[in-house]
Design a protein around this ligand. Structure first.
Ligand code: SF4
Length: 371
């Protein structure tokens, strides 16, 4: 798995705590640095998935993307590649840009950061695009030849109501099956964000628990009625359109993260590149990207597996328990019992998986299983 981080954004969204920068003057140098890191960390094992995430990867021009793709093609084994995703924001997705993107013959999945089809919500989020642009972006992406289209939506936002979610879902429906995958994120307050400040100053308010539950129920019911399988707490797809890249994160598959602030995982340690574009670019020029690394203990790996696997429909794999965590197998079987009794977890021949009710409490169950 290969992940490339493109940290540029047109402007900062009010809720966003990710590392991203609004200034764009260094983009060519950043692409040079990415190409350097890609070449210097090449591996011979075949890649199965590649993900361009951000920030806003669609702020890169097709020429800049083509340069990165050339370096990937000449340094990595793509003989078994299945999925190559690019994250994109609607305001960048003009028909011309989309046709050029499709013409690169590299990306077979596009993940569009819509967040809401309500213009009022989009303004509150400080997004650049309008609901109309979001709608057209999906249509034009399909027109350009993208079949595997994912849309990000948010729920539980300050000032957001059931009717806003309903409106967003109606918009998805009116796109007549073009959207194959939905990521539906519940808003959580991120420190040092505009929205956190506004909440502190009581300029806006979080929805109460009843409102949140009704939004969640609507989303679950709508997805079920419209042929979207909930395969992870926040992810829904039509048959055959699970995100392979994200599913591999949830199986603790090693990955290489390229770019400023990108994380990598090799099965025993985690490394993260410097979260500063200027230092990243300067480092690449000197032939050494600054990064930090930590060794993960066996307990850390087990806890991490609980955290991610219990959020998925497939749950905790018995094969994984017996092969990778055999020393904790007995502990796990004892600790999971109360959740089975409470019908939050069910045992299958291959797994311990959350029931629909269990998915609602996935994070809490995982925390109780931590070593
Ligand atoms: S939410 Fe996405 S587009 Fe908005 S600032 Fe964060 S990374 Fe950039």
């Amino acid at each position: 798995m290969l992940y490339l981080h493109i940290p540029y954004c047109h402007r900062k969204c009010s809720y966003c705590g990710f590392y991203s920068v609004a200034c764009n003057h260094e983009r060519d140098s950043y692409v040079d640095a990415l190409c350097f890191e890609l070449a210097s960390r090449r591996v011979t094992a075949p890649l199965h998935t590649i993900y361009f995430g951000g920030g806003t990867p669609s702020l890169l021009t097709p020429v800049q993307l083509a340069r990165i793709i050339d370096v990937i093609r000449s340094n990595y084994n793509l003989s078994e590649i299945k999925e190559v995703t690019i994250e994109a924001n609607p305001e960048n997705l003009t028909p011309k840009y989309l046709f050029e993107l499709a013409g690169l013959n590299f990306f077979n999945r596009i993940s569009i950061g819509v967040q809401s089809f309500s213009d009022k919500m989009l303004r509150m989020l400080n997004r650049v695009h309008s609901s109309e642009q979001a709608f057209l972006a999906v249509k034009d992406a399909a027109e350009a030849g993208f079949d595997n289209i994912s849309v990000d939506l948010m729920m539980g936002l300050p000032g957001q109501h059931y009717a806003d979610i309903e409106h967003s879902l109606d918009s998805i429906e009116s796109l007549n099956g073009l959207v194959k995958h939905l990521s539906f994120y519940e808003y959580t307050v991120e420190p040092r964000t505009i929205l956190e400040q506004q909440l502190k100053m009581k300029r806006c308010f979080m929805p109460d628990e009843d409102e949140l539950a009704s939004q969640y129920d609507l989303m679950i019911r709508w997805c079920k009625d419209h042929g979207f399988e909930q395969y992870e707490v926040s992810n829904f797809c039509r048959s055959g359109y699970r995100s392979l890249h994200n599913s591999r994160y949830w199986n603790l598959t090693p990955y290489i993260g390229i770019g400023a602030a990108a994380h990598s995982y090799d099965g025993i340690s985690r490394r993260w590149n410097v979260a500063d574009v200027t230092r990243y670019v300067e480092g690449a020029k000197e032939g050494m990207i600054p990064f930090e690394k930590e060794l993960l203990s066996h307990e850390d790996s087990f806890n991490e597996y609980m955290m991610v696997a219990l959020r998925t429909k497939d749950g905790v794999s018995k094969k994984m328990l017996s092969e990778r965590f055999c020393d904790y197998e007995e502990y796990f079987e004892r600790a999971i019992k109360p959740f089975q009794k409470a019908e939050l977890i069910e045992e299958t021949p291959d797994s311990y998986r959350p029931t629909p009710k269990g998915l609602l409490h996935a994070d809490g169950i995982a925390q109780k299983l931590f070593l």
